[in-house]
Write a protein that binds this ligand. Structure first.
Ligand SMILES: NC(=O)c1ccc[n+]([C@@H]2O[C@H](COP(=O)([O-])OP(=O)(O)OC[C@H]3O[C@@H](n4cnc5c(N)ncnc54)[C@H](O)[C@@H]3O)[C@@H](O)[C@H]2O)c1
Length: 224
């Protein structure tokens, strides 16, 4: 498979490395080569099976528009662009394919499932904590927002507070707490290495090859 990685930052560079290790051809572009999606032209995308985006919120929106307009396939790991989610899903349902996820860690996908189970508790107050590195652009994290949505889907009307911390090079920690009058339950996931995220994104790209439409990683990760 030929994969085009957008973003040579902390995550994109690992995605390229993992993709090569898994035997894929890899091209990678950073902002200087792809300002405002300028490199995403038909000739440049010819032969590319899947594009993987780990850039920044506004860049990801431009990249998705360009790739989908050309009928290409794109995996988007970038977070913070979800105000445009419906537009992108609609585009992908007409042309090309889109797979997006707030977190490509399989461990975090398990946390999502366990949170749905925890949220069934009655009489508890739920809260979410997240800690990331100081250069993260969005707060709260996309993962924390997903966790809140999961709790709210089970407990309509519940007020779920999110607390965000930005510390050093923290790779991503999320805690879901259910506090009751007599006890407290806590689910915690802590990323030790970004490799797990990169591997999840590459496996997502392998899954998306040959498909069309719009997919949330949460819905498909156990088919990979
Ligand atoms: N979904 C997940 O599992 C997951 C995991 C890690 C990070 N993220 C998200 O991925 C994004 C990137 O994270 P990071 O930590 O790698 O950031 P980073 O700042 O280390 O890297 C981003 C890179 O993208 C480049 N870039 C910006 N615009 C571009 C463009 N138009 N074309 C190509 N490259 C461009 C920047 O120059 C930079 O090198 C963030 O939104 C982050 O929240 C998601």
């Amino acid at each position: 498979m030929l994969i085009l990685v957008l973003g040579k930052g902390k995550t994109g560079s690992l995605v390229a490395e993992v993709a090569r290790e898994r035997g894929h051809g890899v091209r990678a572009l950073d902002i200087t080569e792809n300002q405002h999606a300028s490199a995403l032209t038909a000739p440049n995308l010819a032969g590319v099976d899947v594009v993987i985006d780990f850039t920044a919120p506004e860049a990801a929106v431009e990249n998705m528009r360009a790739v989908l307009a050309l009928g290409g396939r794109i995996v988007v790991g970038t977070t913070g662009w979800y105000a445009h989610l419906e537009e992108m899903r609609t585009k992908a349902q007409k042309n090309g394919a889109l797979l997006y996820g707030t977190n490509f860690s399989i461990g975090v996908q398990k946390l999502f499932r366990l949170t749905a189970e925890l949220a069934r508790l009655e009489g508890y107050t739920f809260s979410i904590g997240e800690t990331h590195h100081v250069s993260k652009l969005d707060a709260p994290s996309g993962t924390a927002i997903t966790l809140r949505q999961i709790v709210e889907a089970t407990q309509p009307g519940a007020k779920v507070e999110i607390t965000s911390h930005r510390v050093g090079d923290a790779k991503g920690e999320h805690t879901v707490t259910a506090a009751g009058p007599d006890d407290v339950l806590e689910l915690r996931h802590n990323i030790l290495s970004r490799r797990g995220l990169a591997l999840g994104a590459v496996r997502a790209a392998e899954w998306l090859a040959g498909k069309s439409g719009a997919y949330d990683f949460r819905e498909i990760f156990d088919q990979m």
